[in-house]
Design a protein around this ligand. Structure first.
Ligand code: PGA
Length: 258
């Protein structure tokens, strides 16, 4: 599937049991005003994907995604899941290289790039995450860290996938801390990402949504998304309840500036 702007994606991380998934989908479907093309979505853990897919089967405004995918299709890779395994679930996208994967599970730019390519080749949109740590931020290294991560993470991603590519800028110091980046901070890094994308892919890279992630909620999304290069959000905590996620999507839609 192709992606469009704005885009608000929930990242449930290692949360949500089956009954909670069913209840979330039912409530979110009732709360939300449908739009075409889809502008919201949820990435669940592997065990929730079937239920998520069923829960949103009738609602084309909500995308469903996985939080990771391996680059090989099958083989001796204990604990991993391949694109061909995800394919029958009818998913739309995969998150790749979230900072929790990078810092806690030794994911590197090289593996992120291979996973992104596998997701895209399977027809999924790939949400490639980049972001600097608190120490890097405090040392003034944000721009160089982001440049290097983006370069390495997109090494295997060619022009042919541009309409399915999404970048998420998530400063690690802002994730789950309640301390979101300011709209100015986010826009400055998103500008840098946009320039780098245009350098690599040409002007067509303007279509790539660049999402901000890190302590977003209904109360702060408007300021962030009204910046030119902030095209949406990757949302952790605020996506776990249908009411808080819908409030964020609604406020985000209203304040979005392309
Ligand atoms: P948060 O998480 O919204 O809870 O800060 C964002 C993320 O990790 O994607």
């Amino acid at each position: 599937m192709s992606v469009s702007k704005p885009l608000f994606l929930g990242n449930w991380k290692m949360n949500m049991l089956p009954a909670e998934v069913v209840s979330f989908a039912k409530k979110f479907n009732n709360l939300m005003t449908p739009v075409t093309p889809a502008d919201s979505g949820i990435a669940g853990s592997f065990t929730t994907l079937q239920l998520l897919s069923e829960g949103f089967a009738e609602n084309k405004s909500v995308l469903v995604g996985a939080q990771n995918v391996h680059w090989e299709q099958a083989g001796a890779f204990t604990g991993e899941v391949s694109a061909s395994m995800l394919k029958p679930l009818g998913l739309d996208f995969c998150i790749i290289g979230h900072s929790e994967r990078r810092t806690l599970f030794a994911e590197t730019d090289e593996t992120v790039s291979k996973r992104a390519k596998a997701a895209l080749e399977a027809g999924f949109a790939a949400v490639v995450c980049v972001g600097e740590t608190k120490a890097e931020y405090e040392a003034g290294k944000t721009n160089s860290v982001i440049e290097n991560q983006l370069k390495g993470s997109l090494a295997d991603v060619g022009n042919e996938f541009l309409t399915k590519l999404v970048i998420a800028y998530e400063p690690v110091w802002a994730i789950g801390t309640g301390l979101a980046a300011t709209p100015e901070q986010a826009e400055s890094v998103h500008c840098l990402i946009r320039e780098q994308l245009v350098d690599k892919y040409g002007n067509l890279a303007e279509v790539v949504p660049i999402l901000y992630g890190g302590s977003t909620k209904a109360e702060n999304i408007a300021g962030l998304i009204s910046r030119k290069n902030v095209d949406g959000a990757l949302v952790g905590g605020a996506s776990l309840k249908p009411e808080s996620f819908w409030a964020l999507v609604e406020n985000g839609r209203n304040a979005f500036v392309d």
